[in-house]
Design a protein around this ligand. Structure first.
Ligand code: MG
Length: 261
């Protein structure tokens, strides 16, 4: 029997892996259709495949509004408008769970957002109680933050890091291990509403997670609560909100937050 040419063999492997990835994207896109999960129930498959991300990502371009550069929380408040009480030290800001969520003083409509987050190396807990936080676009629509390194923390896949919470499973899982920094680059299109409050066009989001696209112009179905039915309520420009999740695991940190309108 003639041995297979190694070049053909490599090409075959590459083709095979590409086919698997594309097949999974189609499978995830199908699972993300509202008709596949009309109640926004917790979904446990398909489990996005693990990707090893590249090492470094970008700083703010010239026209960005810098929301956190490591020095202070001057751009932020608590939700009750009192000063933000999260902890700034060593160029990073760490969630203060007892102080609640923080929101930007400025309001935004559609934008590009860069934000970096790190789960503590000694994180404990499991499922949604392991390094949970979240980036709330328009103060309402959560891109989940959670330790899901290497798919080791089992939870519902539409509640993983990179998901639109309880709506849209990420297309891959490039999450770094606890103790290392993760990066979200988010392109967000705010929803538009008619005068009577009905939705003219839903919100849409594209998310790059450590440089890997995990949401591709995904339609958001409404306020991302744990309720079965997600719905919209008319709103305009709104703050960006970061979540102080109430679980018992150690608080996560953020750094290098900037936005381009
Ligand atoms: Mg969260």
């Amino acid at each position: 029997m003639k041995l297979m040419n190694p070049l053909f063999y490599s090409a075959g492997l590459l083709l095979l892996s590409t086919t698997i990835v594309h097949a999974q994207t189609a499978e995830i896109n199908k699972a993300n259709l509202p008709s596949s999960n009309p109640d926004n129930a917790e979904v446990y498959s398909p489990l996005p495949h693990v990707v090893v991300p590249a090492a470094t990502f970008g700083n703010a371009p010239s026209d960005a509004i810098v929301l956190f550069d490591g020095k202070n929380l001057d751009e932020w408040t608590s939700q009750d408008k009192s000063p933000a009480k999260w902890t700034v030290a060593n160029g990073i800001v760490t969630v203060n769970k007892s102080a609640g969520d923080i929101v930007t003083k400025r309001s935004f409509t559609s934008y590009q957002l860069h934000i970096e987050w790190r789960v503590p190396a000694d994180i404990t807990g499991s499922g949604q109680a392991r390094g949970n936080s979240g980036v709330f676009l328009s103060d309402r629509y959560e891109i989940q933050v959670l330790d899901v390194y290497n798919n080791e923390n089992k939870t519902y896949v539409n509640g993983m890091a990179g998901s639109v919470y309880r709506e849209s499973i990420p297309l891959a899982n490039p999450c770094k291990k606890p103790g290392e920094w993760n990066v979200y680059d988010i392109a967000y299109t705010a929803p538009e509403f008619n005068d009577d409050g009905t939705v003219k066009s839903p919100a849409r989001v594209t998310v790059f997670f450590n440089g890997v696209m995990v949401q591709n112009n995904t339609e958001i179905h409404g306020f991302t609560s744990t309720d079965k039915k997600h719905f919209y309520q008319k709103h305009g420009a709104a703050p960006l909100r970061l979540q102080a999740h109430g679980d018992k695991s150690a608080p996560i940190s953020y750094r290098n937050i900037w936005i381009r309108e």
